[in-house]
Ligand binder design. Structure first.
Ligand code: CP
Length: 334
């Protein structure tokens, strides 16, 4: 089984991962993955993902092997290509070779942010998923950040108790740079999977990919929740129990950084104490790293409503529960 998006697990599996994470967090982790070796391939920077996977795997008795993109060869992703350019190794060879050494392959690979149709293929992680013979775990790709979403789910459960029927707002926020959509996509999907009333708050023109939004809407309805989009931040915040802030570049502005920057400069979507006061005493969430006093004010980040450190801590516990689910058995199969 691979874990590319949280849609790869059923409601029952999600509940069981969260329950194992809660237990491990409370009682401590036992070395149940002794003898298992997990590869962590980073094509982009990371603080939380890298450290939480390494620390978590060590607690489980496993041996993590972390590789940065500069440690390895440039990978070719296109099948049948004549490799006389800059790429030195095909993903089909790299994935099959690594599968002989490792019990799972975890990958972080951000989008190029030049062409959304190209980014949307999520070619690197899909290439590994196609050719590896061991589980592939997504540590943030072009489309999804499912491990972040598991930690978000655990945090919301801790904060709210029952999540079904509660109001979750994903709010776009100011940021000086163009950013990917993996975190907002995954945050919306996990909230929908948890049966929440999901609101997307963003300036007009900053809507996420329509295929992703359709998936979120269908999932929310199936789980007894709802989905709505709001271009008015105040309207979306009214009565909310979770405010999840994140900046992103919408599909229509991918590859157009100058246009995006010009538009962003006119927007006032920073999360403030005054905006949080419109909610139903909502918890404030962000995946981190966060640009203080641009995305959200210090006052909100350092308030009692902020659960950002709990959320980051939960990365390790929810990932450990996932790793046990994928690798806890005896057989080495996909
Ligand atoms: N939230 C998150 O994935 O953090 P890092 O980019 O530091 O890993």
């Amino acid at each position: 089984m691979n874990f590319i998006s949280t849609a790869d697990v059923t409601g029952k599996e999600l509940a069981s991962i969260l329950s194992a994470a809660t237990l491990g967090k409370k009682q401590g982790w036992k070395p149940k993955l002794k003898g298992k070796t997990v590869g962590l391939l980073f094509f982009n920077p990371s603080l939380r993902t890298r450290t939480s996977f390494q620390a978590g795997l060590i607690k489980l008795g496993s041996v993590p092997i972390a590789l940065s993109a500069t440690d390895s060869w440039a990978l070719e992703l296109i099948d049948g290509s004549i490799m006389d350019g800059s790429t030195a190794e095909h993903v089909k060879d790299a994935a099959r070779v690594l599968s002989t050494y490792l019990d799972a392959i975890c990958i972080r690979s951000f989008p190029g942010m030049k062409d959304w149709d190209d980014d949307k293929k999520d070619a690197l992680i899909q290439g590994f998923a196609k050719h590896a013979t061991v589980p592939v775990i997504n540590m943030e790709s072009c489309l999804w950040h499912p491990c972040q979403a598991l930690a978000d789910a655990l945090t919301m459960q801790e904060v709210l108790g029952k999540t079904k029927g509660k109001t979750f707002v994903l709010s776009w926020a100011n940021h000086p740079r163009q950013l990917p959509m993996a975190v907002p996509n995954s945050a919306l999907l996990i909230a929908a999977q948890m049966g929440m009333n999901v609101r997307l708050a963003c300036p007009k023109g900053y809507e996420l990919d329509s295929d992703i939004l359709n998936q979120v809407k269908q999932t929310a309805v199936k789980q007894g929740g709802s989905f709505s989009t709001h271009n008015d931040q105040a309207e979306a915040f009214k009565g909310a129990q979770i405010i999840y802030a994140k900046s992103w570049t919408p599909p229509v502005l991918v590859g157009k950084p100058d246009e995006d920057t010009k538009l962003r400069k006119k927007l006032s979507w920073t999360i403030t104490k005054e905006k949080m006061a419109m909610t139903n005493n909502a918890a404030f969430m962000h995946c981190l790293p966060v640009r203080r006093n641009v995305v959200v004010t210090d006052e909100v980040l350092d308030s009692k409503q902020s659960v950002i450190i709990q959320q980051a801590e939960n990365r390790m516990h929810s990932q450990n529960a996932l790793l046990l689910k994928l690798l806890g058995g005896k057989s080495k199969s996909k």
